[in-house]
Design a protein around this ligand. Structure first.
Ligand SMILES: Nc1ncnc2c1ncn2[C@@H]1O[C@H](COP(=O)(O)OP(=O)(O)OP(=O)(O)O)[C@@H](O)[C@H]1O
Ligand SMILES: [Mg+2]
Length: 263
């Protein structure tokens, strides 16, 4: 078991974090890796996108609350999706935990303490973050070994990326010295404007900005995820794109990305 914990992070909403968590996890599980998905967003989109209603289940909120109160959770909080692929679901209640955490000691490392107990059973633990840089995302950054940053070409702004990297660096300095940024994953790329001059320029500007500001060489993954209506459809049918339409280019791109990322 590899026991690698990776957070899928971007404070910008709707840029493909959840789609990436599910399809990367699915692709890795098909390759025989044991994968745990953690839905760490109160919107619970990842939970919904695998067809689970977490309200009547032990979910990540219960786990966090029990950990804070030092209560035992028992065994059955991991839900199996398919062979090699499990999930800890989320629920809207998780939104309330940020307030609770304000008065809790070591509040940044509650998720870490939960993950440290269970990661031994997995090759990969993927944390799907909410679109914010609040306490929840700080918990995810404190708990992980590495970070994947999905971003659409439109939102590949040096400023937005800079703010994220600044936060990751703070966590690195204060809480989690080993955190690594694996790279930027371009999502929802329109094939027709594929690597247009503007996009290459935006990528170069962003990476140069990060280099200048933070002395950090940030990698942009070779594999880019194309835009396709099938991605939204798959979500509606509560499946990964790989399962819903295996021949679709988004499915292929996520499989290729999984191979690139694992190396
Ligand atoms: N490659 C793609 N092509 C077309 N649509 C996509 C693609 N990837 C994701 N989408 C759609 O874009 C929307 C946002 O994607 P997703 O939920 O993965 O983003 P997110 O970053 O997790 O959002 P949030 O910040 O709200 O959690 C969804 O409706 C999803 O189905
Ligand atoms: Mg999401």
């Amino acid at each position: 078991m590899k026991n690698k914990v990776t957070a899928i992070v971007n404070q910008k909403g709707g840029i493909g974090k959840t789609t990436t968590a599910l399809n990367l996890g699915y692709a890795l599980s098909e390759e025989g890796k044991k994968v745990l998905l953690i839905d760490f967003d109160p919107q619970a989109s990842l939970t919904a996108s695998v067809g689970i209603n977490a309200d009547n289940k032990t979910n990540i909120y219960t786990l966090m609350a029990n950990s804070i109160e030092e209560k035992e959770t028992g065994e059955n909080y991991i839900v199996n999706i398919k062979n090699n692929l499990d999930i800890i679901p989320s629920t809207l209640d998780l939104a309330g935990i940020e307030m609770t955490l304000v008065n809790v000691m070591s509040r940044e490392t509650i998720l870490k303490s939960i993950i440290d107990e269970i990661k031994k059973d997995y090759d990969y633990v993927l944390i799907d973050c909410s679109p914010s840089l609040g306490t929840l995302t700080i918990n995810a950054l404190a708990a992980c070994d590495s970070v994947i940053i999905p971003v659409t070409p439109e939102y590949l702004s040096a400023k937005g990326l800079g703010l994220l990297v600044k936060n990751i660096n703070l966590i690195k300095k204060r809480i989690n010295p080993n955190i690594v940024i694996d790279g930027i994953l371009i999502t929802m790329l329109n094939k027709r404007t594929n690597l247009s001059k503007e996009m290459v320029k935006a990528i170069n500007e962003s990476t140069r900005y990060i280099k200048n500001q933070y002395d950090l060489d940030i990698k942009v993954f070779e594999n880019k995820i194309p835009i396709s209506v099938k991605a939204g459809e798959a979500m509606l049918y509560k499946q990964s794109v790989i399962q819903y339409d295996p021949k679709n280019q988004v499915a292929g791109a996520y499989k290729e990305f999984a191979r690139e990322w694992v190396i």
